[in-house]
Design a protein around this ligand. Structure first.
Ligand code: MEZ
Length: 531
């Protein structure tokens, strides 16, 4: 239960609530943000990164844990794999069963291709399911894709690949329409108009949501569509190595049954990596809001085959992970809580920052408050700052919390915390991989016929992503990859299948003097129960 320090601090929060609710903490200047990030954001902790010694991004830094996996040993010995025994033969192989993979498979199927999804867990076991607050699209009169572009480009430190961001924002309104037509139950007012809110760093209210389980609602709909179309889904089967053909083009994957470890071969004219993020690598010891399977597998598969990474050194720490109670440590407390009016408050009851700065700035600000400033609230196991949820109903009226963020109410309610009456404690949690595999606007990597969609892509958002642009990118780039990979498959004649790139990578490893017992892709987190 709450310690005395927590209770004392909570009294200060309550006493200051009415004043804090109307206070508008000023936004930080560009210079203030720069200094803050450089001093407190985990991306700037040089000791936590390693320089890659081999592969397409040799000489670049990535998180130490990722470097270990990118430069690890393959799970297969190519000499022992019989590539002539093909178990699955398809036009489009989709690796990953989240929102991007499902969207890709649906569009490939629409386009008349034979598509198949392989996933190491089950379809829908993915970060898409965990997304809460919403999906951005500039579809209101006071907004436009150009304004959406400016918000996202600035929020990402002007580093997004312009052609990718252009596609993201321009295809956003149609993506919402597509989801709506498929059956996603977006929040609407009595006239049927979609309700939209702000997110951090947005200059317009363009966050469309299904309460605070937007990702689950979207994934439910996409999964139903995949199953209704009878698109084959091979569950509990991981892709453990890509297969190329003799001309160096993507041509399938070596698969492994997660229970029996049986090896299977999938031959495909085009391959789409849609394996999601890396939160379960727990960079720098952070907890994560991510799904159990988020272990950067797609980055490893692509890298070993020769695909290039972009911005793999930049991660997103969601400012508000649950810091208390310990049973939900690191779980996502949606940004929508702040969109609806809750403010971040320190141990002394002070609103120490504007609640809707961009995520990297908000996370760094919370870390500063809890470290050098000494203004954090100690919990029995850690530290955090208050997110004053009762402010939401002061601002929007009674019943708002139950109506707009019922999942948050339930998550804390299970532990006896009524977020309508008590503030909650939060601290940054590892949430999103800003970087990933480099693609062109058609979704293809530098390896012909190898496409990527979703969180495994790098460069759509630059070096920091705005809320709601990830649910959007899985739809826009998932559909894009599905359409383009299926069209491309019509012109592909596969050469002989090979795993020679795996041998080549092992040779590079040896030449660089890398000796390691680590095998990758990792597939499951360190704490997974293994046979
Ligand atoms: O885009 C996200 O990461 C998101 C919607 C998260 C959230 O705070 O709800």
């Amino acid at each position: 239960m709450y310690t005395n320090e927590m209770l004392e601090s909570m009294k200060k929060v309550e006493a200051a609530r009415s004043a804090n609710a109307v206070l508008e903490p000023r936004r930080m200047t560009a210079e203030e943000k720069e200094t803050l990030l450089a001093t407190y954001h985990p991306d700037y902790k040089q000791g936590e990164f390693a320089v890659l010694q081999i592969g397409a991004n040799k000489g670049e830094k990535v998180p130490t844990e990722l470097a270990e996996l990118l430069q690890a040993n393959s799970r297969v010995n190519p000499a022992e794999i019989d590539l002539s025994k093909v178990d699955y033969d398809v036009d489009v192989l989709v690796i990953g069963g989240g929102g991007a993979g499902a969207s890709a498979a649906i569009e490939a199927d629409n386009n008349g291709a034979s598509a198949m999804i392989v996933t190491k867990l089950r379809i829908g076991d993915a970060n898409t399911m965990m997304a809460e607050g919403g999906i951005q699209a500039a579809d209101k009169e006071n907004d436009s894709p150009a304004i959406h572009y400016l918000d996202a480009f600035g929020g990402g430190h002007f580093a997004a690949k312009p052609e990718l961001l252009f596609k993201l924002v321009n295809e956003a309104p149609e993506a919402i329409q597509w989801l709506n037509d498929l059956g996603v139950e977006f929040d609407k007012d009595e006239n049927g108009t979609m309700i939209t809110t702000h997110g951090g760093g947005t200059s317009r209210k363009r966050m469309h949501a299904a309460k605070d389980y937007s990702g689950a609602e979207i994934m439910r709909t996409l999964r139903d569509e995949v199953l209704n179309r009878q698109i084959p889904v091979v569950d509990f089967t991981a892709a453990i190595e890509l297969i190329l053909d003799e001309n160096g083009k993507a041509a399938g994957a070596v698969l492994m049954n997660m229970e029996t470890h049986e090896i299977l071969i999938a031959r495909a004219k085009t391959v789409i990596i849609a394996t999601g993020g890396a939160g379960r690598l727990h960079y720098q010891g952070f907890p994560t809001s991510n799904h159990y399977g988020a272990t950067a597998d797609g980055l490893v598969l692509g890298y070993r085959a020769g695909a290039k990474l972009l911005y793999a050194d930049t991660l997103q720490y969601h400012p508000t992970g649950a810091a208390y109670p310990e049973q939900i440590f690191g779980a996502l407390v949606t940004e929508k809580v702040r969109s609806l009016g809750a403010k971040l408050i320190n141990v002394n009851g002070e609103a120490f920052m504007h609640p809707l700065e961009t995520r990297d700035v908000s996370a760094a600000s919370i870390i500063r408050e809890c470290s050098d400033r000494g203004n954090g609230v100690h919990t029995p196991d850690g530290i955090g700052v208050w997110l004053d949820t009762p402010m939401i109903e002061l601002k929007n009226g009674e019943g708002t919390i139950e109506k707009r963020i019922p999942a948050m109410m339930r998550m804390f309610g299970k532990y006896g915390i009524d977020i309508r009456k008590e503030p909650i404690l939060v601290y940054p949690t590892l949430h999103y991989q800003n970087g990933g595999l480099d693609i062109t606007a058609d979704g293809m990597t530098n390896i012909e016929n190898l496409y990527v969609a979703g969180e495994a892509v790098g460069g759509i958002h630059g070096r920091n992503r705005l809320m709601g642009n990830s649910l959007l990118d899985i739809i826009v780039f998932g559909r894009n990859a599905g359409k383009n990979a299926s069209s491309k498959s019509k012109d592909v004649t596969l050469g002989a299948l090979t795993l020679e790139h795996v041998n080549k990578f092992a040779k590079e490893q040896a030449e660089a003097g890398i000796k390691t017992d680590v095998v990758s892709p990792k597939l499951l987190p360190n704490y997974a129960r293994r046979k």
